[in-house]
Design a protein around this ligand. Sequence first.
Ligand code: ZN
Length: 237
Amino acid sequence: MAMKKHLMIVGAHCGDGEIQAGAIAYKYAKAGHKVTFLHLTAGEKGNPPHISEEDYRLQKIQEAEKAAAVLGAESITLDYKDAELKLTDELVTRVAKIIRERKPNLVITHWEKSIHPDHALCPKIMAAVQMKAGLPGFEIDGLPPHYFGILHSENWEDMQDYVPDIFVDVSEEFETYLEALSQYWFIMNSSSFRYYDYYKALGTVRGCVSRAKYAQTLKYPTGSNVRRGEIIPGFPL
Ligand SMILES: [Zn+2]
């Protein structure tokens, strides 16, 4: 039996990780891998007019838990404030501790460029966490060092220069993915963006170009591009 791994999806706000890579997550969960969604904030500032920010925060944490349950995953929501994320040593150490405790092999997070500052900060946070969790020189509560890889996933707010490298066929998982998305009030009811329609259409479009019914995409970090190949493909030396 192939060795089971741990996939962690890190989003700025509850809902981001699921819309970006929920179908991929479910595909790996179904295959027996461990999947964790880590939300750095609840995303409580998108609260509907009749619900306070604090109540909406609690609602979103519950919605995240329901969505994760549909996808066969675990959900962790940290208590940082929406739209106020900062790259601090406190945050990096806290996430590094979670990484050392849970030992994910791969982290999927937002792309490097975004119209939302919280989103754009996530890859920077995770690059710092990769160092802090991975280097033995950093002491965190006596936990052993742990190193993980990073990939990016697709979010409507993070599309500048996002050209996918990997198309994951999620035809078998897409219906469950949509069911997970429907756990979120904002995905189904937001007046600022048609989330559900967009992500259903996006899965369809990415499926079309990769000859699948539905697909979700991933992208290597910018610096990884230099490590892609060793010779000119098709021209053996
Ligand atoms: Zn977000």
